[in-house]
Design a protein around this ligand. Structure first.
Ligand code: MEV
Length: 437
C-alpha cells in the first residue's frame, strides 16, 4: 500500500513528524511548525499529554470557559465548559442568570445503575441453561471478588446478574445482563473487568456441568462489554416560575410561555426538529462532560438512544403551564464520574472539578443536566423571539475578524460599527476593507 508504514508508534515524536512531513506534507514547514508550536514547553506536562493516547504529535486546544451564575438546588456554581462553538457559553450564562432570580435549577438524580452484558451462544435446552446459570451465579460472584471488593467496601459493586433469552431475535443467543453501582467512578474498567471474568467463569464451568449434553457444553461467549445505554442512570433538572414572571425581550410572560411550549411540543412530535433541539441540549452537556474529563462519546450515544427509547426519536425536554406556573424540565441519562480516569490526571480537569467544589458523580450529573436545560432554554428562547442568528453572529464576529487578522484596534472599531447593524460575512469583510483603505 502506498505510503504505508510499520512501527510508526515506535518512532519518537520528532521522527513521526518528519515522516508525516516527507510523506504527506511534501516537506512544507508551515504545518510542522504549527504542530510544534502547540507543544507545551513544560516537558513533564507535555509527556503527560503525549501518554493519554497513542501516536501523539501535538496538542489540540479547545477553549475552557466559565458560565457563571448557575444556581442549582440553592447552591451557586460557576460551570466550566469546554466548547469551540461561539455563543454556547454566552447563552448558558444568560440562561443561568435568567433562572437564578427565579428560583434556580431544581435537580434530582433518579438512578445511578449501569449495565453490561456477556453475549453468548447456547445450542441447547433453555431449562438446562437456567439450572446452569443458577449453579454458576455464585461462582461468577466469587471469582470477581478480587475486582469488586474495593468497590463493595465503598458501598457499590455488582448489583445483579440476570439471564436473558434473545433466541427469538437470533437463534441460540442469550445474555448475562449485569447491573452495577460504581459510585463516583464512571466505572468502565471495573464493569468490563467484571464482565470478562463472568464470561470466562461461565464458559469454563459449562464444560463441567453434568446436566449439559456434549453439544450444550459448546456454550460460547461472543463478547463481554458494558452498555452505554444507561436509562437507569438518570437525572432530572427543572426550572419553574409564575407565568407572569416569564416575560422576556419585551414579550409578556403568557405570550412567551405559549410560544415556548409550542416550540418544545414541535420537538416532541417531530423527530427532524427533535434532533436539532437535542443537539442544542448537548451543546451544554458535552461542554461540561469534556471539561470534567468524562467520555462525551459514551454520553452522546446513551442520550440519543434514550431519546428514541419509545420507538420514535423525541425531545429530551418538556414544558407546560399548570396552575399559572410555567415548568420546563429535562430527564437525561448521564453516566459520569468524578474519580478515576482522566479526573486524577488531566490538570485542567482537576481544576474544573475544583471550580465545581469537588462534586460527587451525582452532583456532576445534576450540574450537566442543568447546563443542558439552560442551553436548550437559551436556544428555544432565541428561536421563538429574535431568531438564532442575531446572537450567534454577534459571537461569530470575532472569529471572522480573526480570520482576517484584524488588529485589536480594527476589532474594537468594527465591533462598535456592528452593534446596531445586521452581521453578515460580506458586510464584515466590506467593513474591514473600508477600514484598511
Ligand atoms: C446550535 O448549535 C444549536 C441550535 O440549533 C439548537 C436548536 O435549534 O434548538 C440553536
Amino acid at each position: 500500500m502506498k505510503n504505508s508504514i510499520s512501527g510508526f508508534s515506535k518512532l519518537s515524536k520528532e521522527e513521526k513528524i518528519t515522516w508525516l512531513s516527507k510523506t504527506y506534507l511534501k516537506n512544507a514547514t508551515a504545518a510542522v511548525d504549527v504542530l510544534k508550536q502547540y507543544w507545551n514547553p513544560d516537558a513533564k506536562l507535555q509527556q503527560l499529554h503525549d501518554e493519554f493516547t497513542e501516536n501523539t504529535v501535538s496538542n489540540f486546544y479547545l477553549p475552557f470557559g466559565i458560565a457563571p451564575n448557575f444556581v442549582i438546588n440553592e447552591r451557586s456554581y460557576a460551570v466550566p465548559m469546554v466548547v469551540e462553538e461561539s455563543s454556547v457559553i454566552a447563552a448558558a450564562s444568560k440562561a443561568a442568570k435568567f433562572w437564578a432570580v427565579r428560583g434556580g435549577f431544581k435537580t434530582k438524580v433518579l438512578g445511578t445503575k449501569k449495565t453490561g452484558q456477556v453475549h453468548f451462544m447456547f445450542p441447547g435446552k433453555k431449562e438446562n441453561l437456567i439450572s446452569f446459570f443458577n449453579h454458576c451465579r455464585p461462582k461468577m460472584l466469587e471469582q470477581t471478588q478480587h475486582i469488586s471488593k474495593n468497590m463493595e467496601k465503598r458501598g457499590g459493586g455488582i448489583v445483579d446478574i440476570e439471564l436473558k433469552d434473545k433466541t427469538r431475535e437470533l437463534p441460540n443467543y442469550y445474555q448475562l445482563h449485569a447491573t452495577f453501582e460504581t459510585l463516583d467512578a464512571m466505572g468502565a474498567n471495573f464493569i468490563n473487568s467484571c464482565l470478562e471474568q463472568f464470561g470466562k467463569t461461565f464458559e469454563f464451568e459449562a464444560q463441567k456441568f453434568p446436566r449439559f449434553s456434549a453439544e450444550e457444553k459448546q456454550l460460547r461467549v461472543v463478547m463481554a462489554i458494558l452498555s452505554n445505554y444507561v436509562p437507569e442512570c438518570l437525572v432530572r433538572a427543572e426550572v419553574n416560575c409564575p407565568v407572569e414572571e416569564f416575560s422576556e425581550a419585551g414579550i409578556d410572560g403568557k405570550t412567551f410561555a405559549k410560544k415556548f411550549i409550542q416550540a418544545v411540543k414541535i420537538a416532541e412530535i417531530e423527530p427532524i426538529r427533535a434532533v436539532t433541539h437535542n443537539k442544542g441540549i448537548m451543546n451544554g452537556v458535552d461542554a461540561v462532560v469534556l471539561a470534567t474529563g468524562n467520555d462525551f462519546r459514551a454520553v452522546e450515544a446513551g442520550v440519543h438512544a434514550f431519546a428514541a427509547k419509545d420507538g420514535k426519536y423525541t425531545s429530551l425536554t418538556h414544558a407546560k403551564v399548570e396552575n399559572g406556573i410555567f415548568y420546563f424540565w429535562i430527564e437525561i441519562p448521564l453516566a459520569l464520574g468524578t474519580v478515576g480516569g482522566l479526573t486524577n490526571l488531566h490538570p485542567l480537569v482537576k481544576a474544573a472539578l475544583e471550580i465545581l467544589q469537588r462534586p460527587s458523580a451525582k452532583e456532576l450529573m445534576e450540574i450537566a443536566a442543568a447546563a443542558g436545560l439552560a442551553q436548550n432554554f437559551a436556544a428555544v428562547k432565541s428561536l421563538v423571539t429574535t431568531g438564532i442568528q442575531k446572537g450567534h453572529m454577534k459571537m461569530h464576529l470575532l472569529n471572522m475578524l480573526n480570520q482576517h487578522q484584524a488588529t485589536d484596534v480594527e476589532k474594537a472599531t468594527i465591533i462598535e460599527q456592528f452593534e446596531t447593524r445586521p452581521i453578515t460575512h460580506s458586510a464584515v469583510v466590506k467593513a474591514i476593507e473600508e477600514l484598511r483603505q
